[in-house]
Design a protein around this ligand. Structure first.
Ligand code: GDP
Length: 416
C-alpha cells in the first residue's frame, strides 16, 4: 500500500526482501540511534542506460525495487529525456526499518550531445535535495525532518577496459564535493581478471590525476582484527567490479545461485572469486551505510550550507569555523550557556509573578466576600432592629402594659 510521502517525492511502497541484505547489521555500525527510529537512505545511480544499474540495485537489496522493464518493440525508441526519477520503498530486516530511495535517470540514452545536461541534471538533483533539507531546518517546527539528501552516488563505469571517458571525469569533478562517490565497473563479467586489474588501476590513476575525491572507506584502528581486515579489503576493491543478476541459476556442481549462465559456465554474483559484488554490498549496506549518512551530513551538507548562508550574507557559525578557532568555539558556548540561564531566569520570574498575581486575586476575592457577608448581616440586623422598634411603638401606643401583658409580649418577641 502506497504511503504518503514528503512533498515532491513519489509514493512509497512496501517491498519484501527475498533473502539476506545486511542492513540489520547496523547495530554494529557507529550510530545506534537510527536503528530505533528506522532510517532513510538515498542512493543515486549514474551511468548510461543498459549498464545494469537497475539490475544491480535489485541485486543489492534483494528485492524488485525496479519493476521489470517493458520490452520495447525494435522500432520504438527509448525516450531520450534526461529526467530524474526516484523510487522509494520501505524494507525491513530483523526489525530494522529502512526507507530506501534510488534516484535514477531512466531513459537516458547515450551521453552524446547531451553531456552537459547530464551533469547539470544530476548536480541540480543533488543540490535541490540539500535545499529541501535546509528549508526544513530553518522551519520553526523542526520535529520531523525528512532526510532526502543523496547519501551515496554509485557511478557506473562502462567496462571498456580503456580508461575513464571525459564525461566520467567531468561528472565526478563536478559532483565529488557534493556526494559520496562510489565508482563501479559495470558488467565485470565482460572482462577477464587481468583486464579488470589493469582497468581498475587506470581508473584509479585518472581519479588521482584529476584530484577527484571518492568515498574513502575509513578503517578504524580500535576495531578487532577481523573487522579491520574486512575494512582494508573493502578499500582495496575500489572501484568495485560487479556483476548483477536476480536470476537463480544452477552451477555445474548443482548449487542454486544468483548469477549469469554462459555456455562456458556460471558467473556467481555472491562469489567473491567472481566479482566484487559482495564487497560493494558490505561497504554500502553492512559496514558503512551509517558512515555515508554521517559524512553526507557533517561534511558535504555542511560545506553546502556554509556556502549557501555566506552567499546570503549570513554570518555563519558553522562548525567548520569553530573547529578552526577553539577560543571562538568556547566563547560561543559560553554565550549560549548564558543565554540559556537568562532564559530560565526569565521563565522562573514569569512563573513567580503569575503565582503572586493569582494569590493576590484570590485574597482580594475572599476579602470582598467577607465584606459582602458582613454587610448582609449588618443589614439583616438593622432590618430586625427596625421591625422591633416598630412593634414596640405599636404595642406601647395600643394598650397599657400590665405585668401579664408584658410577659406575653416578651414571649411573642422571643418566639418571633
Ligand atoms: P540500466 O538501464 O542501467 O538500468 O540497465 P539494466 O539493469 O536494465 O540492464 C540492461 C541489460 O544488461 C539487461 O539485459 C541486463 O540483464 C543486463 N545486465 C545487467 N547487469 C549485468 C551484468 O552484470 N553483466 C552482464 N553481462 N549483463 C548485465
Amino acid at each position: 500500500t502506497p504511503a504518503p510521502s514528503s512533498a515532491g517525492f513519489p509514493p512509497i511502497v512496501r517491498k519484501k526482501l527475498m533473502g539476506y541484505v545486511g542492513f540489520a547489521n547496523l547495530p554494529n555500525q557507529v550510530h545506534r540511534k537510527s536503528v530505533r527510529k528506522g532510517f532513510q537512505f538515498t542512493a543515486m545511480v549514474v551511468g548510461e542506460s543498459g549498464l545494469g544499474k537497475s539490475t544491480l540495485i535489485n541485486t543489492l537489496f534483494n528485492t524488485t525495487l525496479y519493476p521489470p522493464k517493458e520490452v520495447l518493440p525494435p522500432s520504438a525508441e527509448r525516450p531520450k529525456t534526461v529526467a530524474i526519477e526516484s523510487i522509494s520503498a520501505d524494507i525491513e530486516e530483523n526489525g530494522v526499518r529502512l526507507r530506501l530511495t534510488v534516484v535514477d535517470t531512466p531513459g537516458f540514452g547515450d551521453f552524446v550531445n547531451n553531456e552537459d545536461r547530464h551533469v547539470l541534471t544530476h548536480y541540480v538533483a543533488v543540490m535541490s535535495r540539500f535545499d529541501a533539507y535546509l528549508e526544513q531546518e530553518n522551519r520553526v517546527n523542526r520535529q520531523k525532518i525528512a532526510d532526502n539528501r543523496v547519501h551515496a552516488c554509485l557511478y557506473f563505469i562502462q567496462p571498456t577496459g580503456h580508461s575513464l571517458k571525459p564525461i566520467d571525469i567531468e561528472f565526478m569533478r563536478r559532483l565529488h564535493t557534493k556526494v559520496n562517490l562510489i565508482p563501479i565497473i559495470a558488467k565485470a563479467d565482460t572482462l577477464t581478471d587481468e583486464e579488470i586489474a589493469s582497468f581498475k588501476q587506470r581508473v584509479l590513476n585518472d581519479i588521482a590525476y584529476h584530484k577527484i575525491q571518492i568515498f574513502q572507506a575509513p578503517t578504524y584502528e580500535n576495531e578487532d582484527e577481523e573487522t579491520q581486515a574486512e575494512q582494508e579489503e573493502i578499500a582495496s576493491k575500489i572501484p568495485f567490479a560487479v556483476v548483477g543478476s536476480n536470476q537463480l541459476v544452477q552451477t555445474p556442481d548443482g548449487r542454486q545461485v544468483r548469477g549469469r549462465a554462459y555456455p562456458w559456465g556460471v558467473v556467481e554474483v555472491d562469489n567473491e572469486d567472481h566479482c566484487d559484488f559482495v564487497k560493494l554490498r558490505q561497504m554500502l549496506i553492512r559496514t558503512y551505510m551509517e558512515e555515508l549518512r554521517e559524512y553526507t551530513n557533517s561534511h558535504l551538507y555542511e560545506a553546502y550550507r556554509t556556502e549557501k548562508l555566506l552567499g546570503m550574507g549570513v554570518a555563519q557559525d558553522s562548525s567548520v569555523f569553530k573547529e578552526i578557532n577553539p577560543a571562538l568555539k568556547m566563547q560561543e558556548e559560553r554565550t549560549l550557556h548564558e543565554a540559556k540561564l537568562a532564559k530560565m531566569e526569565a521563565e522562573m520570574n514569569l512563573v513567580f509573578q503569575q503565582k503572586v498575581a493569582e494569590k493576590e486575586s484570590k485574597l482580594k476575592q475572599s476579602e470582598e466576600e467577607l465584606y459582602a457577608r458582613h454587610r448582609e448581616m449588618k443589614e439583616a440586623l438593622e432590618r430586625q432592629r427596625l421591625e422591633l422598634e416598630e412593634k414596640k411603638k405599636r404595642i406601647e401606643s395600643g394598650r397599657p402594659l400590665t405585668p401579664e401583658n408584658k410577659t406575653k409580649t416578651r414571649n411573642r418577641f422571643l418566639r418571633a
